[in-house]
Structure formats: structure tokens, C-alpha cells
Design a protein around this ligand. Structure first.
Ligand code: DQA
Length: 164
């Protein structure tokens, strides 16, 4: 069975494409998901991408991922800076977790500089816009492969070079 990766998106990310496009870009979440699904196929992953404006719903989904997924990529949006509940849910998961942001919060207002979620994350991808989702998935592929060393790696479509 292909490993499933949960990709969670927090509040207001349903408005991507129309929400402050000078900051968050013109791609919608559906555009991002389409590209991510294609990238997931090259890694041999199944993607379960969800968005919620509700903290409790995100907590419930993290708990679900705990037993059904091989990893979690999460853009907690504003909850990044406030949510101990999301942090605690992530800490309860024995899975690779990647924190993701479209923007680089450290270049923005001071209240965005603190992330609770970071305490549970293996790493953070921030500031690369919509393309950050694919970068996060590439990083996740390495983390999942490292977590199961015997498993065969997915073909990425690159041709092997012959030795001269
Ligand atoms: C965000 C950054 C957060 O500070 C903000 O509240 C968001 C989006 C990002 O992707 O850059 O909603 O997580």
C-alpha cells in the first residue's frame, strides 16, 4: 500500500488566490493540490489534503493521521502563532512532521515570529510561496525513506547515467 501523507491547511487558506495576493500569491488551494497530487505520484505517495478554519477540526485530523499516515505536512496559518492544542496533537504523533508557510514569517510582523508548531516539526519550509508545498513533499519523501530503510525508493523519472 502506498504511504499516505496528510497535508493540513489552517484558517483562511481556503481564500488563497483572492486573499492578499500580493502576499500569498495568485494560486488557489485547488491549484496547489493539483500540482501536489502530480508530485505525490512521482514519490509513490497518496496525498490527503484538507483545510479547516477550526482549531478543533485540525486537532481531530492530526489525531486521525497519527494512525493512518506516514507523515504530516502542515501549514497551520494563524494557529502557528497561538495553538498549544495543535502543538500537543502533533507531539502525540510518532511521525515526521513538516511545518510549512507560503511566506517567511520571520520577515513579517513580530507576532508571526513565534511558532508553537515548530516544537513538533522536523523542519520548516517557509517563504517559497505555493511551490513550498512541493518542496515539503520532496523533503517528506526523504524523511519517510529514512524511516523505513529497507523499503524500495519510488522512481522519480530521472534516467540513470551509464558509467563511461
Ligand atoms: C502563513 C503565515 C501565517 O502567519 C499567517 O497567519 C497565514 C499564512 C503562511 O503560509 O505564510 O495565514 O502560515
Amino acid at each position: 500500500m502506498k504511504p499516505k501523507i496528510m497535508v493540513l491547511n489552517g484558517p483562511n487558506l481556503n481564500l488563497l488566490g483572492v486573499r492578499q495576493p500580493h502576499i500569498y500569491g495568485h494560486d488557489t488551494l485547488a491549484d496547489i493540490e493539483r500540482r501536489l497530487q502530480a508530485r505525490a505520484r512521482t514519490h509513490g505517495f497518496v496525498i490527503d489534503m484538507r483545510q479547516s478554519n477550526h482549531e478543533g477540526e485540525l486537532v481531530t485530523w492530526i489525531q486521525e493521521a497519527r494512525t493512518t499516515c506516514a507523515g504530516i505536512i502542515i501549514n497551520p496559518a494563524a494557529y502557528t502563532h497561538t495553538s498549544v492544542a495543535i502543538l500537543d496533537a502533533l507531539l502525540a504523533c510518532d511521525l515526521p512532521i513538516i511545518e510549512l508557510h507560503l511566506t517567511n514569517p520571520h520577515k513579517r510582523e513580530e507576532f508571526r515570529h513565534r511558532s508553537f508548531v515548530t516544537l513538533a516539526a522536523k523542519g520548516v519550509i517557509a517563504g517559497f510561496g505555493a511551490g513550498g508545498y512541493e518542496l515539503a513533499l520532496d523533503a517528506m519523501a526523504k524523511l519517510v525513506a529514512d524511516a523505513s530503510p529497507g523499503a524500495p525508493r519510488a522512481k522519480t523519472g530521472t534516467k540513470k547515467r551509464r558509467a563511461p
